[in-house]
Write a new protein. Structure first.
Lengths: 203, 203
DNA sequence: ATAAATTTTAAACAATCATTTAAAATATTC
DNA sequence: GAATATTTTAAATGATTGTTTAAAATTTAT
């Protein structure tokens, strides 16, 4: 049956995601979530049993959201330079669409890593992509600097994610307005693409 | 007068720094701090008036700690390649010594930037270093790719800080032990140095 | 339509939060 | 050494926390 009105459980889940991303687990109260969802406070526990369980459910989704698009790109049958460019463009778009996502993930995992890693099959998927094969082949035939996935992938991702995670401090440090930052981020994106490609691709 | 026993105010300040860095502002209670300092709960407010005021005082120190060493290096009269290498080594050492510092700063500023920027003269100092002059001269005489400080500095810093901020997720993603990560981080440090230098320095 | 199951509600729970109080203990001053 | 100022203490403040309760409202099943 198709409902025109959203189910309460989903309303709470979506509200909780927004609040958790903005305020973090510690900074979020059950009442914050209920208010954001415009629902009675008791319903968060009626549907999810506890704030902790609701959080873990949402965190799993958020972590998959973080990796999913990148995973698709990593498996594309395109040349390395295009692949790097696409990953960076994708990262860039993600940071603009969900500015809280990466710092949220980083901070929550940093504070309590043990509780946040369930059966993450997505991790295995990231380790075993077509890019890995491309790196091996490139290293073998001398077109690429020999590097492992775990070395090149952070180099690709850190540039964009770092300046967006630290958007406010970068704005303050270099006296930028929001508009300035937009232009700056675009410049930086191209620097990163060129820098990483120059380093990885030989000749 | 020299006291052999530490002053209560300093004991609280140092305890508060440890707890805030580990748990963040929202995750820290006044009782956590009092317990860590092994002092009565009322003393935190006796000396600092409120948890908020204590936090702001500590945050200012932490932010200066983050920039101070880098600032010294940026002003050194050494060639660009050595300077980049030193900044990265310094960052690396800082992340090992204070693993919570950068993610703490990033997260707190991200959550509430407006309240955390006092008269930060250190920001101006970072903008006006000898490195800036070196970049201008290098661009003018063709030895360096023309880049602004705000473009090159994040490229230098993001690599090391990113993998340490995300240490636990990188360990999980690439199935590393703590020992593995140590070796991995060392490798990565050298990749970053080479990559950034190759990109900035012409020929 | 009636009964049963589900969802929503207002109210309350004990625990903990940041902060304050006022008295006790200690240190300093004269 | 008495008077004063400072520091520390235990206890309490009212507000807020996550969670539960039991009744009311609504939906579903018969």
């Amino acid at each position: 049956m198709k409902c025109v009105t959203e189910k309460s459980e989903d309303k709470i889940r979506e509200a909780a995601k927004r609040v958790f991303l903005k305020k973090g687990f510690d900074g979020t109260t059950s009442r914050d979530i209920a208010k954001e969802a415009d629902m009675n406070i008791a319903l968060t526990n009626y549907y999810f049993r506890s704030k902790e369980k609701l959080f873990l459910e949402i965190f799993k989704d958020v972590l998959e959201e973080y990796f999913q698009n990148m995973l698709t790109i990593l498996n594309k049958d395109i040349d390395i330079k295009s692949k790097i460019s696409e990953i960076i463009d994708n990262d860039f778009a993600m940071m603009k669409k969900e500015p809280d996502l990466v710092i949220f993930i980083m901070n929550e995992i940093h504070k309590s890593p043990q509780r946040l890693f369930p059966d993450m099959s997505i991790f295995r998927q990231v380790r075993e992509t077509y890019l890995k094969k491309q790196l091996e082949e490139g290293a073998a035939n001398g077109t690429l600097r020999p590097m492992q996935l775990e070395n090149i992938l952070p180099l690709i991702k850190c540039g964009v994610e770092f300046i967006f995670m630290g958007k406010e401090i970068h704005k303050e440090l270099f006296m930028m307005t929001d508009e300035d930052f937009e232009k700056y981020a675009e410049e930086q994106k191209e620097h990163i693409k060129a820098m990483v490609c120059n380093y990885l691709v030989i000749g």
